[in-house]
Design a protein around this ligand. Structure first.
Ligand SMILES: [Zn+2]
Length: 142
């Protein structure tokens, strides 16, 4: 008997009470991060307290959405059943982007041929609707 072949579904981030403001803003096209009210440092990923000073008063701050590529890799093949959901994207780029405000952000580089991506490339955030109301921050050349 033939097995029903369903379109593999990409995993989505789990939205928690802690991360909900981040995903809410992303859905509105804004990149935000927590900032410590005591020492002023940005806190990434979302946490209940500041990694620099332990302060527990964190507020969400809008970022410019601009950065530069720190490092990247091109995904050209996938292994394992769970990866099937990404087959259509091959080749694609996974990157670390250094945001203008400091934090290093794990993301994809999009709207750019994979062979044109370079370390130091200036990029800006775009939001990719991924389903279930989630928009994923990705980066394109600027
Ligand atoms: Zn702090």
């Amino acid at each position: 008997m033939a097995e029903a072949r369903t379109e593999p579904r990409r995993p989505l981030p789990e939205v928690t009470e802690l991360t909900e403001p981040f995903w809410q803003a992303a859905g509105e096209g804004r990149l935000v991060m927590q900032r410590c009210r005591a020492c002023g440092e940005l806190v990434w990923c979302p946490r209940p307290s500041c990694v620099e000073c332990g302060g527990e008063e964190l507020e969400w701050d809008a970022l410019s959405g601009r950065g530069t590529v720190y490092s990247f890799t091109v995904i050209r093949q996938l292994a394992g059943r769970g990866a099937r959901a990404f087959e259509k994207d091959i080749p694609y780029v996974i990157a670390w982007v250094d945001l203008e405000e400091g934090p290093r952000f794990y993301t994809n580089i999009v709207q750019c041929p994979v062979d044109d991506v370079e370390i130091g490339m200036e990029v800006e955030v775009v939001f990719d609707p991924a389903g279930d109301g989630i928009s994923l921050p990705k980066f394109k050349p600027r």
